[in-house]
Design a binder for this molecule. Structure first.
Ligand SMILES: *Cc1c(COP(=O)(O)O)cnc(C)c1O
Length: 470
């Protein structure tokens, strides 16, 4: 709509002054508790937004000052609420990066709660009274679990890889297969990480085939590391060949170039019970890799962290690097990771009931079917004119773990006579608690694989609130 200049100027002149909005009753209470500068900033923003809308012809009249004041009061209330909301994961993706990846066990949650409101022995050795290091506390647990005596922990696995490359190979060559120059997600691309950590990338082999000889020919005086990246999120199939880790390790020993494996997921297979088709941390260590790194919040089921296991001489260098301090973990991570690793000490998946990925692995199809039927029946009570069906679907581990591994899952499909699938998706995502399902081929679905106790009731509560006109 073209904007009439005179009319616009008339409207702009009518805009209330900042002080006029601030003196409205709706802001009296907020002004008694919130910083004056904050409230003023939000009032100015509100007026600027209004001015912009008037100029673009999107607004034909000026709201009353008390309405503007109320908007600012609402905005303040919104800003005061917790930023992160517990969210129902009905996507069927167990380690969903957007939804916070692994859930912490109750022991790990408790460990975090216990040390955050109190002082703790984070870096104090209580026996000697001397200063220690926060990562040293985790070392005995990682040793007991893997047999690797030296380890360190940093902010996440990306940080771990960056630290290893920078501290051990800065300015020198890092040899890696062309088949492993992958992008993990976000901005994590192996070639970029190698180069920005100060190393020279030496690519060997081809996308689909890399042989031991390719590595051998690339080794020079300047070679610092052989990097093997677990290609977590894709597979090359067909005419392929990659070099077994044990052969690479033998080559590394012969030529004095250590092998570093970026494993990604950090799977510790249980002694008994279902075993995932994922490379185990132990297998990599047993093959003789000098260094291994993996995430804390993928298949390990703990907090965000990057764990590096390796030969003592390398770990010492990592700890001495100025980057270590830049990438160090905080006490909440130490507490949560410690509790998570302690759960992994148990031999059977059944004794580690609360570690997310094992938990979801343990949800049998029969249990899922029962859960899906219960959800469907309850939902039908709240929205009798809608259609709910139990259907077969698939789930995924997510977070770059086991990309091809589809988990059997049950869904409840939801059809409303008033709302499209996309609309339902939006409505349920916007409420409290947000429910994240997915709409595919025009149908909205809730995948029960990733539901946690209480989620059926949470979903019902939300569906109950959906009005015909939403
Ligand atoms: C996930 C992953 C990373 C990144 O780990 P974050 O903990 O998310 O930083 C790096 N390398 C591989 C192989 C991965 O799978």
């Amino acid at each position: 709509m073209p904007v009439d200049k005179d009319e616009l100027n008339r409207l702009l002149r009518q805009l209330p002054q900042v002080d006029a909005v601030l003196s409205q009753p709706a802001l009296a209470q907020p002004l008694s508790t919130f910083r004056h500068a904050v409230v003023t900033r939000l009032v100015r923003d509100e007026l600027a937004r209004l001015r912009e809308r008037l100029k673009r012809g999107k607004q034909a009249a000026i709201p009353q000052p008390d309405e503007l004041a109320q908007r600012v009061a609402n905005r303040l209330a919104e800003l005061s609420r917790p930023l992160l909301k517990p969210t129902v994961n009905a996507t069927g993706i167990v380690l969903h990066t957007n939804l916070g990846r692994a859930l912490l066990s109750s022991r790990a949650q408790q460990a975090v709660a216990d040390i955050t409101g109190a002082y703790s022995n984070l870096e104090l050795d209580l026996t000697t009274g001397k200063r220690t290091r926060r990562d040293v506390t985790l070392e005995p647990l990682l040793y007991a679990l893997t047999g690797c005596p030296a380890s360190t922990v940093v902010n996440n696995n990306s940080a771990a890889v960056f630290l290893v490359l920078n501290a051990l190979a800065n300015g020198r060559e890092v040899i890696t297969s062309r088949g492993e120059l992958v992008e993990i997600g976000g901005s994590y691309r192996v070639p970029d990480v190698v180069m920005s950590s100060g190393c020279k990338l030496v690519e060997v082999g081809t996308t689909n085939r890399t042989r031991l000889d390719d590595y051998r020919r690339a080794i020079t005086e300047d070679s610092a590391l052989i990097l093997k990246t677990h290609t977590s999120n894709y597979r090359i199939i067909g005419f392929t060949e990659s070099t077994p880790l044990s052969d690479l390790v033998a080559l590394g020993r012969e030529t004095g170039v250590p092998v570093f494996v970026d494993l990604g997921s950090g799977y510790l297979a249980p002694d008994a019970g279902a075993r995932l088709k994922e490379e185990d941390v132990q297998e990599v260590l047993d093959a003789g890799a000098e260094l291994v790194s993996f995430s804390g919040d993928k298949l390990l089921g703990g907090p965000q962290a990057g764990i590096v296991l390796g030969a003592k001489e390398h770990i010492v260098k990592l700890r001495k690097s100025p980057l270590w301090r830049v990438l160090r973990i905080d006490k909440m991570t130490v507490a949560a990771l410690g509790a998570t690793l302690a759960e992994h000490l148990h031999s059977r998946a059944a004794d580690q009931p609360e570690i997310t990925q094992l938990n979801h692995l343990a949800v049998s199809e029969a249990e899922q079917l029962k859960l899906a039927r219960r959800l469907k029946q309850k939902l039908a009570l709240y929205q009798p004119t809608w259609e709910f069906e139990v259907a077969e679907g698939t789930g995924f581990y997510g977070g770059g773990s086991l990309p091809e591994e589809q988990l059997p899952a049950r869904l409840v499909t939801v059809k409303s006579p008033h709302h499209s699938a996309d609309r339902l998706d939006t409505i349920l995502r916007h409420g409290d608690p947000p429910v994240v399902g997915y709409s595919a081929a025009g149908v909205f679905a809730l995948n029960v694989l990733t539901l946690v106790p209480g989620d059926v009731e949470r979903i019902c509560q939300r569906i109950k609130e959906v009005g015909d006109g939403d």
